[in-house]
Design a protein around this ligand. Structure first.
Ligand SMILES: Nc1nc2c(ncn2[C@@H]2O[C@H](COP(=O)(O)OP(=O)(O)OP(=O)(O)O)[C@@H](O)[C@H]2O)c(=O)[nH]1
Ligand SMILES: [Mg+2]
Length: 255
């Protein structure tokens, strides 16, 4: 069965571009990969999805049919996903491919916090499924923004209980100094704590607290994987991380 990789992240974090870049990178490595768009509001996608939720319904149609405003219509569409999950899953299973890259709706809460996405993950298959959470570098540049991003990533992991890689997106936009700093925070809670204290001007115990240790223990706080969809930097490392996580899952399943 093909491996399914869900690309998740806050609005504008680079999900759609990463889906396309990952497919391109896979093809250069001789692997076959297909793309799936689950965003009913996506316009001008940078890739041509092999499976597109917009063939079932679009945000625009939902607004016309229900007379809902854009935000309520987004939620309506997110819930519609569950109704179409089996058909979309069957369409995906119709492809013989190594990898399936799944682009999720712009605003992450539409996927992360709605029950329908759990239906999707079950229907598409839990086995050999993984998530890549994209951290937006603009948010991660400040210590408090970095911590918020890690918490969002951890929330996603708690919601779905499938392996998750936390990825720092668009690193070509970051000056080398900022990139190093962010990576250092993701490797060392001491470094993070020092920067948090500098930012707030008062002592902070967050990064050394039991809470952060718990995040570390469940794997939510880990060294970030830096990628750039612009120059394909980091995709090999992300690929290796996915392989390792899914193989570890297989070993557990066969134990
Ligand atoms: N420099 C640079 N820009 C990027 C990269 N990835 C994405 N972008 C840009 O960031 C913006 C948002 O990218 P998208 O891929 O649309 O992000 P998204 O998360 O799918 O956005 P929504 O679905 O609208 O929430 C676009 O202008 C992209 O061209 C990258 O690796 N480097
Ligand atoms: Mg998108």
């Amino acid at each position: 069965m093909s491996k399914r990789i869900y690309i998740i992240g806050t609005a504008g974090s680079g999900k759609s571009t990463a889906v396309h870049a990952f497919q391109v990178w896979m093809n250069t490595q001789g692997f076959d990969a297909i793309t799936v768009n689950l965003d009913p509001g996506a316009e001008n996608l940078v890739y041509n999805p092999d499976v597109d939720i917009q063939d079932w319904y679009t945000l625009k149609e939902a607004m016309e049919d229900t007379a809902l405003g854009p935000n309520a219509a987004q939620i309506y569409c997110a819930d519609m996903l569950a109704l179409n999950a089996k058909e979309v899953g069957d369409t995906i299973r119709g492809f013989e491919t190594d990898y399936v890259f799944i682009d999720t709706p712009g605003q992450m809460e539409l996927f992360t916090f709605r029950e329908s996405s759990k239906v999707i993950v079950e229907e598409f298959g839990r086995e050999d499924a993984m998530m890549a959470f994209l951290v937006d570098p603009i948010l991660a540049r400040t210590p408090s923004g970095f911590v918020s991003s890690i918490m969002l990533s951890a929330t996603t992991q708690f919601r779905f209980s499938i392996p998750l890689a936390t990825v720092l997106s668009k690193v070509d936009l970051l000056p080398e100094k900022d990139l190093e700093k962010i990576l250092e925070w993701s490797r060392s809670t001491d470094a993070l704590n020092t920067s948090l204290e500098e930012e707030s001007g008062s002592p902070i115990i967050l990064a050394s607290s039991e809470f952060f240790k718990a995040l570390e223990n469940v794997g939510a706080f880990r060294p970030l994987l830096p990628i750039s969809s612009l120059n394909l930097q980091g995709f090999e490392d992300l690929y290796n991380e996915i392989q390792m996580a899914l193989e570890a899952g297989e070993d557990l399943a066969t134990d």
